[in-house]
Design a protein around this ligand. Sequence first.
Ligand code: C5P
Length: 317
Amino acid sequence: MTVAPTPPQSVTVRAPAKVNLELRVGALRPDGYHDLATVFQAVSLYDEVSVARWNEWQVVPGGAYADRIPTDGGNLAVRAAKLVAEQWDIDDVLSIRIDKDIPVAGGMAGGSADAAAALLACDHLWGLGLERDELAELASVLGSDVPFPLAGGNAMGSGRGEQLAPVLARGTFHWVFAISDTGLSTPEVYRELDRLRAAAGSDPGDPSHTAEVSAELMAALRSGDARALGAALHNDLDEAAFSLRPELRVLRDAGVEFGALGGIVSGSGPTVAFLTESHEASLDLSVSLAASDLCRDIRRAKGPVHGAQVVTGPRAD
Ligand code: C5P
């Protein structure tokens, strides 16, 4: 006699943070987004999202940044779960526990990682067996940065950042992330870039703002050369983030002075990402940054790492 498999009571998925090794921002589009050319790298800071059937929608916050997790319907993980339920006509109501170790509103796609994790967790909870490209399609509806944490590794992003292509890369890179007290709003940083462009006499919607990833960055990734990658790091949003928070420029300059191979604002900030030569160098830089008192918190991570993965097991709470 064959026994039908019992559906899981809960599913836990772990999803990584990202850093943009290069972020080139093209013209402002009529839909309010900007064309992008970017290279993402997944790094070893993770959020864990657990979904379980419940009698009302709820978010249970946990982890290092628990107090910064929105617990209402606006939470991207809730929106992700509701999107899957709606598409597949599922009546279940879920409790979603988020163990947050990725800085909130820091430019490391923490909210997007939660949404990606929730998509994969719901797929498993409800036994849908979705293909990766079906998940990526749903992810892109939720936000420009949601498809990447599903994929992980290194990837090139185009369109508004949601269209991904794999990137050839070798080696492991050692990062130090300098984290600020208060987050920055992504739309606000893009608006500031448009304002700076307009102030410099160029229409933000002008097609002359093209976005292309540099050959230097791709070569550095292919060869696994940290020094070359450090020199090739580039973020067009740096200046906009520095304009809104001048202290971030001081922080970036200090990290480079302390020996980082390169420093950029991570995504739309305010986290500043520093690439270092080795694990030991990342420890040294962390100590120097901590002594400088220029940032609230310092995290070390390596990249690239895998995308979202089921780590299941019954939920502890
Ligand atoms: O896609 P997501 O919801 O993450 O984007 C948040 C905001 O960031 C957008 O509403 C837009 O203001 C800005 N954005 C942009 N161009 C992109 C991605 C995001 O202007 N390619």
